[in-house]
Design a protein around this ligand. Structure first.
Ligand code: NAP
Length: 228
């Protein structure tokens, strides 16, 4: 399968590396490949410069958002939440049409400092905004409620724990569930919450996730819905 992972941060890198390790063809999308490759400083979260990471992943290519999206049969949104709509518009509606878009982004708003708030929230969600903006695309929200390492290696957390899927298209959600199973998720861990409006709930888990991160002191934890 050909995948386009839109986003060069730790989530995009982690998902892209996992997909490539499973034998898929993977292109990562960015605003300006030359600018991204010329960065020499760690990013805002302390991750090494993208070019350094790419040097260890010679099967993965870096392209513009549009070229990556044109290449991918399945797309993954791993851009910053406040830039996701812009990134996808740059990718081009025609390059997104008819395809499954796995949306991992969270609409975190850092404008008032830490901890971030959510925008949109409560009566809308980023998942819904993306689905409305690209009606020909099958948006499936998933994996946004955990640290990136756990997304592709759920065994980092002992015992049973949960990954949610939200989306309007049943076939797309099944296809994404199959991707999750290939990442190591037991099918019994996947909870289908319903249509894309249920993305509101999983995006609103972020404030409690962030507080748990502080309370627990590490990010190797996840939500488990007991009795599901
Ligand atoms: P990030 O720093 O949040 O986002 C980096 C990406 O966003 C880059 O590709 C950047 O483009 C793009 N971007 C930023 N502003 C943009 C704009 N105005 N227009 C277009 N593109 C823009 O990366 P991350 O930490 O990997 O997180 C990715 C997403 O996953 C976020 O939405 C985050 O909330 C969510 N998430 C993160 C984690 C985690 O473990 N970190 C867990 C769950 C969900 P360039 O490549 O051009 O710089």
């Amino acid at each position: 399968m050909r995948y386009a992972v839109l986003g060069t941060g730790i989530v995009g890198r982690t998902i892209a590396a996992k997909l490539a390790s499973l034998g898929h063809e993977v292109v990562i999308g960015t605003r300006d490949p030359k600018a991204t490759l010329s960065r020499t400083e760690p990013d805002g979260y302390g991750n090494p410069p993208f070019a350094e990471w790419l040097g260890f992943h010679d099967r993965i290519r870096l392209e513009t958002f549009a070229d990556a999206a044109a290449f991918g049969e399945t797309l993954v949104n791993t851009t910053a939440g406040d830039g996701s709509l812009q990134a996808l518009e740059t990718a081009g509606a025609a390059n997104l049409a008819g395809k499954v878009l796995i949306d991992i982004a969270n609409p975190l708003d850092f404008s008032q400092g830490m901890p971030p708030s959510l925008n949109p929230v409560n009566t809308d969600s980023l998942g819904e905004q993306i689905q409305r903006a690209f009606p020909e695309t099958k948006v499936v929200k998933t994996l946004n409620t955990m640290n990136s390492q756990i997304m592709v290696q759920p065994s980092r957390v002992a015992g049973e724990h949960t990954v949610f899927v939200s989306g309007d298209d049943a076939g797309a959600k099944q296809a994404v569930t199959d991707v999750l199973i290939s990442f190591g998720w037991p099918e019994s861990s996947v909870i289908d919450l319903g249509d894309i409006s249920t993305a509101r709930g999983v995006e609103m888990l972020l404030p409690i996730w962030l507080r748990l991160w502080g309370a627990v002191g590490h990010a190797d934890f996840n939500f488990h819905i007991a009795g599901a």
